[in-house]
Design a binder for this molecule. Sequence first.
Ligand SMILES: [Zn+2]
Length: 249
Amino acid sequence: MLAQAGCRDDCMTEKLYLVNSYMKECESKVTRAEGKEVVLDRTVFYPAGGGQPSDVGTIKAGGEVYSVVDARKEGNDVVHVLDREAGGLAGRLVLCNIDWDRRYSLMRYHTAVHLIDAVFVNRYSGGQITGGQLYTDRARFDVDLDGFDRDTAARLIQESTLLGQEGHEVRAYALQREEAVKIAMLARTAPGRELLEKLDEVRVVEIVGVDMQADGGLHVRDTREIGIISLLKYTNNGRRHKRLEIKLS
Ligand SMILES: [Zn+2]
């Protein structure tokens, strides 16, 4: 099964990043241009969402190079915010390039948080990891578990690194809702489970042999690409609430 990321009838921008998160460039047609914003028929630019910041990069039209400073989802479209007015681009063919180093860091951090979450769920019942935010040089998330302390955090991070180094394949694909709702722990928060019930099709990210989660973000293909995870910061925000920041090397 492959991610259904291409265009359906109700889909405006074809989301190439969901099909292949390693695609760094594509040729596209500008379907809409207004002020500094353009919509393309297909794109490699990931729009901000799910704790993963948007891609940045460039769009080239003939000899003109525009910087893409932000990308966001608007319905089924991806809106690209450029560094200057782009009204004249409507209907033009353009070449899209993402800032790959930045994207790849975000993919590594994103997958690292999945691994940590998988180890956490496996080890500690009655708790959950929430509120993840990814950056290019770190990631943070909150742990909600009674008795979780700095030592537990260090063990969790160490075990996650070891699990990653085993080299598990990471796959993304779509499941029909009827199938998806049968899988325990596919969505781990109440809002996530609510959303799952409403979707016809659910994008699933599977770390083979380790974990499955409903997820719309971008990941590396093999957990060995994550590298070594270290605990950068541990903050005690109350008996059950701890905030962790991690760094990869
Ligand atoms: Zn993810």
